[in-house]
Design a binder for this molecule. Structure first.
Ligand code: ADP
Ligand code: MG
Length: 477
């Protein structure tokens, strides 16, 4: 391990725990125990560093740092650490261009520092930084309106392996020439020699200008399809009544995402398929059952009553897991929902929009050491189906004047459109073997129960979403 400069190490040791936290709402909720210890740092020049810092509790953090006359602080968008990283990755790419013209450069030392290594796909000179404001788990910085640097803020603890699936997933997608994701430019890793681990510190992808994620675009589409209004000339020009046209348009997204999902799974599965053991299916059932018990304990009021009324049905549905020993497992996205699907206007006039999937960091609520495990493809399919339902619930709750009947019609039609395109595309690619639809019911119920648990713990107002979804999934209780 390259020794960090003493000065920087001392500055970090004297800093308060909040040094490691990005700004924003979450900052106040997290208490980072001191003293901090700088495990290692990459010097990007001009007082800019990327630090790997461990807190007194063993929590590990990636911290873009600025050292100036008065000390050390976490870099903000505008301080240029993300920009310097993009430059460093571009240098690596250029340096190796002659040797590996077509593919990625893997594991090359960043600026000669052998503890910090980059995978570099793309070199481009970009300048200028700004932060993004949407709710996020990690901290993302837009560089030159062209690149998106995502700092992996909270790192796995020492010796935990498999907590960061992104590198393998992106490599698998690139190898299969899957292009429906923002183009990867590069990844920065730290070699933790002491624990024989490679830790992902940051990823750089193309920034999609003007992209909306599904919590915006899908909600807007459903709003447009369900608020009664008089037709505009545009609407009537195709001879359709305005609402019907809106409904067709609001099903385009789910359809396109269904096909994209199938292509993503086929690409990921090209690295290999494994099969669930008896222990795997028993664990799925045990985890789902434990989540249900916790949700029952945490959710009170009318929602709690309705959940309790359905608990036996849900638990009985989990029995089905046992019938799926031998079900195929593939590297999945793992945190799959409409919020991970970015939509941009298409350059192709026949398409209107392009869709791209982001965020291959895996499921933030699953155990870190399991986050890279292969899973049933149905897990992603169900995640997307649930989120389409939830888009409808959000509209029902928030959009004044939306026709509830039409919203319910959209929920059912959107899920069917997604499912149909997904299965159809798998069939055309001759990979229907990847999707075991018999898992859809128990996985979907487990997902809604987890939403309940999450809402009870972190986001009380979200309870109406799994509440509404479970009432529709199990109406006769
Ligand atoms: P997190 O893990 O913090 O949720 P994401 O990778 O999902 O991070 O990104 C958070 C949000 O940032 C997305 O929902 C989207 O709005 C935006 N975003 C992510 N990647 C890009 C990109 N390449 N181009 C434009 N916007 C993006
Ligand atoms: Mg995300």
């Amino acid at each position: 391990m390259t020794a960090a400069p003493d000065e920087l190490r001392q500055l970090v040791a004297a800093a308060s725990g909040s040094l490691v936290l990005p700004g924003g709402a979450r900052r106040a909720e997290v208490d980072v125990p001191e003293p901090l210890r700088l495990l290692d740092s990459a010097d990007l020049g001009s007082g800019r560093h990327v630090g790997v810092i461990e807190d007194a509790d063993g929590g590990r953090w990636t911290v873009p740092l600025i050292v100036d006359g008065s000390g050390v602080r976490r870099a903000l968008p505008g301080d240029g650490v993300a920009e310097a990283l993009v430059r460093g990755i571009a240098d690596v790419r250029r340096m190796h261009r002659d040797h590996v013209p077509a593919s990625t450069v893997e594991g090359a030392a960043l600026q000669g520092d052998r503890a910090f290594v980059a995978d570099a796909w793309h070199a481009e000179d970009v300048a200028g930084e700004r932060g993004i404001t949407v709710d996020q788990t990690n901290e993302s910085v837009v560089v030159g309106d062209a690149a998106m640097v995502k700092w992996a803020v909270h790192l796995p603890r020492a010796g935990v392996h498999g907590a960061q699936p992104a590198r393998d997933r992106l490599a698998a997608l690139a190898a299969a020439r899957f292009a429906e994701t923002p183009r990867p430019w590069g990844l920065l890793h730290w070699a933790d020699h002491e624990h024989d681990a490679t830790v992902l510190l940051a990823s750089v992808t193309a920034y999609l200008d003007g992209a909306a994620d599904g919590w915006d675009w899908a909600v807007a589409d459903v709003d447009a399809a369900t608020i009664p209004r008089t037709g505009s000339p545009d609407d009537t020009s195709r001879g359709l009544p305005p609402l019907q046209l809106g409904m067709d348009r609001a099903l385009e997204g789910p359809k396109r995402v269904g096909a994209l999902t199938a292509r993503m799974h086929v690409a990921l599965a090209a690295t290999g398929v494994s099969y669930a053991s008896a222990a795997d299916v028993a664990r799925w059932e045990a985890e789902a059952t434990a989540d249900l018990a916790e949700a029952l304990r945490l959710v009170d009021g009318a929602e709690g009553e309705r959940l309790r009324a359905r608990a036996d049905h849900i638990a009985a549905a989990y029995d089905a897991f046992r019938d799926h020993v031998g079900t195929p497992l593939v590297p999945v996205h793992g945190d799959y929902h409409v919020g991970q699907i970015l939509r941009t206007p298409s350059a192709d006039p026949t398409l209107r929009y392009d869709y791209a999937v982001t965020d291959f960091d895996g499921n933030p609520v699953s155990a870190p050491e399991r986050r890279s495990d292969p899973q049933p493809a149905a897990l992603d399919a169900v995640g997307m189906l649930a989120s389409l339902d939830h888009v409808g619930r959000v509209v029902l709750r928030r959009t004044e004047g939306a026709d509830p009947e039409l919203v319910r019609t959209w929920i059912a039609a959107a899920q069917e459109a997604f499912r149909h395109e997904y299965v159809d595309t798998l069939a055309r690619m001759r990979r229907t073997d990847l999707f075991d639809e018999g898992l859809a019911v128990p996985l979907r119920l487990a997902q809604e129960v987890r939403e309940f648990r999450y809402a009870a713990r972190h986001l009380p107002h979200w309870r109406y979403v799994p509440d509404g979804a479970l009432r529709d999934l199990l109406p006769d209780v």
